[in-house]
Structures are given as structure tokens and as C-alpha cells.
Unconditional design. Structure first.
Length: 205
């Protein structure tokens, strides 16, 4: 007798989950056309996004390889190996990209993503990926805004020039947090809309 009834139905191909990070990056560049985040399609500007995408793929790799029956190790061994690899690669990413913050993002996306993915919390992993890409996009957009906005204004009454650092800083914060909020919302929507399409539905309550 066939045992197909024991397998969950509607489960997507294990490797489809690897498309989530590229999808989030694509949405960042599409949004840039309308909102002008300051993203540019040059190699140096693409490297951070590529690093985050690689981290997301590696975070899902243990589950994918297990589902494809390529590896068959215990959870403890897999977790330890993933932790070590995450630490090594995040250090390499921070050196290559000349940014300790990007190294931290790489580690979070890879190892925390692995923990969520391996425990069946696939939707939260999707939110994590979108959020981390959103953090970097927010930093780029805030930096672009800061570079293009003067810190001074001229008071019409006397013609004197006044510093407006506080207002400038508030504007930077507004750009950063609004951009980040957009990506968190997109991540939540993607987590719901893409389950059973790119990732399995979570099996945890």
C-alpha cells in the first residue's frame, strides 16, 4: 500500500525558499524607482545585498539538504556546524565588505534563519530576511537623504543662516524608520502569501 497519505500535501520544492531573499532585494530596487532610496545598480552597492542573500540561502541549506536526503546528521551536529560556519563566514563578510555591521547582519540572517527554518517557523524566517534587507536599505536611504539635504536654512527676517541639526536628524530618523517599517510590513505579507508556495507552512503554533 502506498504511504503517500503520510506526506504533507501542497509542500513546495525545498529549494524554492532560496528565492525569498532575491525577491526581497528585487522589491527594494523596484521601490527605489518610486521612493528614491538612493540605491544604485553598481557592483559595490550590490555586494551587501548579495551577501545577505547568500546568508539567507545558507541558513536554509541544512533543511533543504535534509529534505533532499543529501545529509543525515543529528540536530545537535547540524546546529554546531552551522554556528561555526556562520561565525567564520560573517567574519569573512565583514572583512570583504569592510563593515562589521554587515558581518553582524550576515550572522543573524544565516544562523537565526537556520534556527527558525529548522524549527518549522518558516514564516518568521521570511520576516527576518525582509527585515534585515530592510535595515540595510533604510541605512542607504537615510544616508542618501542626509547627503542631499542641507543642514542650514536662512531666516527671511534678518537673512542670517541658522543650523538646524535637530530637524535634520529628525528627518533622517523619519526616513530610516519609515523605510524599515515598509520592509517589515512587506515581510509579514510575504510570509503569509508565500507559504506553501515558496516555503512550507509553519508546523508550530
Amino acid at each position: 500500500m502506498s504511504m503517500d497519505h503520510d506526506k504533507p500535501t501542497g509542500t513546495p520544492n525545498a529549494m524554492l525558499g532560496w528565492l525569498i531573499a532575491p525577491l526581497a532585494i528585487l522589491m527594494a530596487f523596484l521601490a527605489d524607482y518610486g521612493l528614491d532610496f538612493g540605491l544604485v545598480l553598481e557592483m559595490n552597492e550590490m555586494k551587501p545585498f548579495a551577501a545577505i542573500a547568500i546568508a539567507a540561502v545558507l541558513g536554509m541549506a541544512p533543511r533543504v539538504l535534509k529534505e533532499m536526503e543529501i545529509i543525515n546528521t543529528s540536530a545537535a551536529v547540524t546546529s554546531l556546524a552551522t554556528l561555526v560556519v556562520s561565525l567564520v563566514l560573517s567574519e569573512g563578510a565583514s572583512i570583504y565588505l569592510d563593515s562589521n555591521f554587515l558581518g553582524l547582519i550576515f550572522f543573524i540572517v544565516m544562523f537565526e534563519g537556520y534556527l527558525l527554518d529548522s524549527k518549522g517557523r518558516h514564516e518568521w524566517n521570511t520576516v527576518l530576511i525582509f527585515t534585515m534587507i530592510g535595515i540595510w536599505t533604510s541605512m542607504v536611504s537615510a544616508a542618501n537623504f542626509g547627503d542631499n539635504q542641507t543642514k542650514f536654512y536662512t531666516l527671511a527676517a534678518d537673512g542670517n543662516e541658522y543650523l538646524r541639526n535637530s530637524a535634520w536628524q529628525e528627518a533622517l530618523g523619519f526616513v530610516f524608520f519609515n523605510t524599515l517599517a515598509v520592509f517589515i510590513i512587506l515581510g509579514l505579507l510575504a510570509a503569509v502569501l508565500l507559504r506553501r508556495v515558496l516555503t512550507p507552512a509553519t508546523d508550530k503554533k
